[in-house]
Design a protein around this ligand. Structure first.
Ligand code: FES
Length: 107
């Protein structure tokens, strides 16, 4: 299993055991992680799976495609340089111990 650690806006950490074939989004749903609702089910049409990733993760993640880049313009919380759609991030052994941050509600 691959441990993915989700940091909530209040700094609470939720650790989820994920498996190859999962995405960072689907693992969050399975682990009842607050703030990741994934309304479109991973079809890159909602941006409700927005997370911030560690900068050091960049070389272990797939490159961002144009569709993801455009969808990140629609996030509820502000986009940052480390924003990704968690449905686009496949779980691999290389991600074990990865920390992703769930953006807070800007309202
Ligand atoms: Fe909708 Fe990722 S789940 S864009």
């Amino acid at each position: 299993m691959t441990k993915i650690i989700y940091v909530q806006p209040d700094s609470t950490r939720v650790t989820v055991d994920a498996a190859p074939g999962d995405s960072v989004m689907s693992a969050a749903l399975a682990g009842d992680v607050d703030g990741i609702t994934a309304e479109c089910g991973g079809n890159m049409m909602c941006a409700t799976c927005h997370v911030h990733v560690e900068e050091s993760l960049a070389d272990r993640l797939p490159a961002m495609c144009d569709d993801e880049d455009q969808m990140l313009a629609c996030t509820a919380a502000p986009r940052t340089a480390t924003s990704r759609l968690s449905c686009r991030l496949p779980v691999t052994d290389a991600l074990d111990g990865t920390v992703v941050t769930v953006p807070g509600d800007p309202s």
